[in-house]
Design a protein around this ligand. Structure first.
Ligand SMILES: Cc1cc2nc3c(=O)[nH]c(=O)nc-3n(C[C@H](O)[C@H](O)[C@H](O)COP(=O)(O)OP(=O)(O)OC[C@H]3O[C@@H](n4cnc5c(N)ncnc54)[C@H](O)[C@@H]3O)c2cc1C
Length: 490
């Protein structure tokens, strides 16, 4: 089948690897001059900054995408464990290192929080592993045709309820840990799903499984090495790529079937199926005018967004700093309330300071480090006047980073991104994290990857199933390829 994939984000690339490996004739059309989408690169004055994802988990799912295109990931990409995976710094001045490997982490917890908490960690890991094994095949790595599919077969749903999957995530975590620092450390991942740990259901503990149990990795050359390598293997397997090529719309025949896509400038590229990787609501609005967008994409809750400060600075990291450093604010429940309920900036924000040069000094000139500082913010549905707040937030963020001991004075290059920038890059409501993963926006309730209103069109990426984050969009690529196979079978 001739398949056009619009967009070479990680979702589009994964779909391409799976489709080309299954014998389809695939052409990828990408508006940027490189692959990667949100997993972008800023290459300037001897610095190589990743502009999007920095925490890579679930390397097996990535390896599957390479294998689908007939390639061995290890021959194209060198992934190294990040250890410690995170240095978690708390407002009371204490720090806990999240170590790679269960034994090392048990030891760390024993030393920093005591033997009872360490025993809780062992039980928690077992719980997370059971949850993941249940959820992956039954609720995550599968397509849904109707809402009823969630209970087909019924036993996984019963088991999930029995395991406490529908309890609040924060309560489940508190069953295993009484130290509030560990409660934060093993529940903050709900934020990756756009949720507060106090609102999220325990089913989303699978995100904690992904980093805490499976581990965090870093590719040699930085995160952007991932899309580069995926594009390379897909091309080798027979897919063709056209960069600097913007798709202006999906072309449909009078009976509603698709016949290809139209590029800016008017050229039409014919296709039997079109896989759309732009943010799903944007794809509906701009590329499929007249095709009704699912209600949940129009009216649903979008994840919070973030502000990111990238800086190349002369100097050294403070003593003890590691690749990923989470600085928790003193406020916890109140911070989520501000962000998610009131739509305002967190009064005492937690933030992630990543310095990839801690793992790979070649990413900055000698004697210099690169900083990637991320603070969660409301998305554009919130109540922040970004014209007024942008500079204030930037200054506040840099002052906090400086107070924590990171070098911020001799800045060679810097870039600050707020939600209005994400919106300009094509992300709905100015968030790179798509629809939040509330129960009714997940699985069969999330915008489907096909629509009966436009047969031949398949969606891929974080706006559709299974959801947001690198592992999920890689899975969405395989699910999209399954949909194309269904079309091919008629
Ligand atoms: C700052 C930030 C931090 C993050 N941190 C993490 C993290 O640590 N770990 C993690 O797992 N995830 C993280 N994420 C989320 C993760 O990056 C995304 O979920 C994932 O990369 C989204 O991939 P995608 O394929 O859905 O979309 P995209 O990457 O947005 O791909 C869409 C592609 O379509 C192209 N396109 C759009 N419109 C057109 C058009 N009309 N014609 C042609 N091409 C078009 C775009 O240029 C783009 O290449 C982060 C994201 C950001 C931005």
């Amino acid at each position: 089948m001739k398949v056009v994939v619009v967009g070479a984000g990680l979702g589009g690339l994964s779909a391409t690897c799976h489709l080309v490996g299954r014998g389809h004739d695939v052409e990828v059309l990408e508006r940027a001059d490189v692959p990667g989408g949100r997993a972008g690169l800023w290459d300037t004055q001897g610095y190589r900054f990743d502009t999007g994802p920095s925490v890579l988990t679930m390397k097996g799912i990535l390896a599957d995408a390479f294998a689908a295109a007939g390639a061995d990931m290890a021959s194209h990409l060198t992934l190294k464990p990040v250890d410690p995976m995170y240095r978690a710094c708390f407002a009371d001045g204490s720090a806990i290192h999240v170590r790679h490997g269960r034994e090392a982490m048990v030891q760390e917890i024993r030393e920093t929080a005591g033997a009872a908490e360490a025993a809780g960690f062992v039980r928690f890991c077992d719980y997370l592993t059971d949850l993941y094994k249940l959820e992956l095949p039954n609720f995550i790595d599968r397509n849904f045709d109707t809402i009823l599919d969630i209970a087909k077969p019924p036993w996984p749903l019963f088991t999930l309820v029995r395991m406490g999957g529908l309890r609040k995530l924060s309560n489940v975590v508190a069953d295993y840990f009484s130290d509030p620092r560990l409660q934060k450390l093993f529940s903050f991942q709900a934020m990756y799903a756009g949720l507060s740990p106090f609102e999220a259901l325990a089913i989303y503990c699978v995100i904690t499984y992904m980093d805490t149990v499976e581990g965090v990795f870093f590719p040699e050359g930085g995160m952007h090495a991932i899309p580069r390598a995926m594009a390379e293997v897909a091309e080798k397997a027979g897919a063709s790529f056209r960069y600097n090529t913007t798709v202006d719309g999906v072309v449909r025949t009078t009976d509603g079937k698709i016949s290809g896509v139209r590029l800016l400038g008017g050229e039409v590229v014919a296709a039997d199926a079109v896989v759309l990787n732009p943010d799903l609501p944007v794809a509906y609005r701009e590329l499929l005018p007249g095709v009704p967008m699912p209600r949940v994409a129009r009216k649903g809750n979008y994840s919070p967004s973030c502000a990111v400060w990238l800086a190349g600075v002369k100097g050294k990291l403070p003593a003890g700093a590691t690749h990923h450093n989470i600085h928790f604010g003193a406020e916890w429940e109140g911070a989520f309330d501000a962000l998610l309920k009131r739509g305002v900036l967190m009064p005492d924000p937690s933030m992630l300071v990543t310095s990839p040069t801690a793992s790979d000094p070649s990413l900055a000139p000698e004697g210099h480090v690169s900083l990637y500082v991320l603070e969660p913010t409301p998305n554009l549905d919130g109540h922040v006047d970004w014209t007024a707040e942008r500079d204030r937030l930037r200054e506040r963020l840099i002052a906090r980073v400086a107070a924590l001991g990171y070098p911020t004075v001799e800045v060679d290059v810097e870039r600050f991104v707020d939600p209005t920038d994400w919106e300009r890059q094509g992300m709905e409501r100015g968030t790179p994290f798509a629809l939040a993963h509330n129960f009714f926006q997940t699985g069969p309730f999330r915008p489907n990857n096909v629509t009966s209103k436009a047969p031949g069109v398949v969606f891929v990426g974080s706006g559709t199933v299974p959801g947001v984050g690198v592992p999920m969009v890689l899975l969405s690529g395989r699910l999209a390829a399954d949909r194309v196979d269904e079309l091919a079978r008629g």
